[in-house]
Design a protein around this ligand. Structure first.
Ligand SMILES: O=C(CO)[C@@H](O)[C@H](O)[C@H](O)[C@H](O)COP(=O)(O)O
Ligand SMILES: [Zn+2]
Length: 197
């Protein structure tokens, strides 16, 4: 096997995937920035969750809100729901893994808060349940998915946003999810601080 050719194919495949995603996702992404900025301006907060690589993405995004993205600014309110091992193990042990995020949404969510729910398949039960809990709390949901969106298509409200990457490979979907989350940070900063970089 020519390993360099295999590695090169990842770049080529990713370039195609990013190009195909731009026209499909950019309008909804702009809408997501408006939703996030509106909530943060109104003293609401952002909750985020996902499993595996998407857990890393959720906490990466929230770190850039609470800390900073590219420029200094005030801290923004966000909590990643996949980071507290005591909550995850206690809720997972006592109630089941499907409830590890939904129970935190029920505990922390307020009307007007936003849940950023990340699942490449759109089928992870704990992410789906977190969305149902968010709806009960009168929160908006911004869902990031791929592979056609799976069961997210059945449970999201019309007022929610679904950013479904038009790809079937988990790794490519995750790579584009990171772009979406960074672009949201950039959009929020542009609204807060102006366009200049
Ligand atoms: O990062 C990867 C694969 O690239 C994995 O850790 C992956 O995130 C895990 O298998 C997740 O459990 C997949 O869940 P989901 O994206 O379908 O909701
Ligand atoms: Zn991964």
């Amino acid at each position: 096997m020519d390993m360099t050719a295999r590695m090169t194919s990842h770049f080529d495949d990713a370039i195609d995937a990013f190009k195909a995603s731009s026209p499909v996702l950019a309008p909804a992404l702009a809408h997501a920035v408006e939703l996030l900025f509106g909530a943060l301006s109104n003293n609401n907060k952002i909750l985020a969750c996902g499993n595996g690589g998407s857990a890393a993405d959720a906490q990466h995004f929230i770190a850039e809100l609470v800390g900073r993205f590219e420029r200094d600014r005030l801290p923004l309110a966000g909590i990643a729901l996949n980071t507290d091992t005591s909550i995850l193990t206690a809720v997972g042990n006592d109630y089941g893994y499907d409830e590890v995020f939904s129970r935190q949404v029920s505990a922390l969510g307020q009307p007007g808060d936003i849940l950023v729910a990340i699942s490449t398949s759109g089928n992870s039960a704990n992410v789906l349940q977190s969305i149902q809990a968010a709806h009960e709390r009168e929160m908006h949901v911004i869902a990031l998915s791929g592979k056609g969106g799976g069961r997210l298509n059945e449970i999201l409200y019309e007022t929610d946003l679904h950013l479904c990457v038009p790809q079937d490979r988990t790794m490519r979907i995750q790579e584009i999810h990171i772009l979406l989350l960074h672009a949201m940070c950039d959009g929020i900063d542009a609204l807060l601080l102006g366009d200049a970089l």
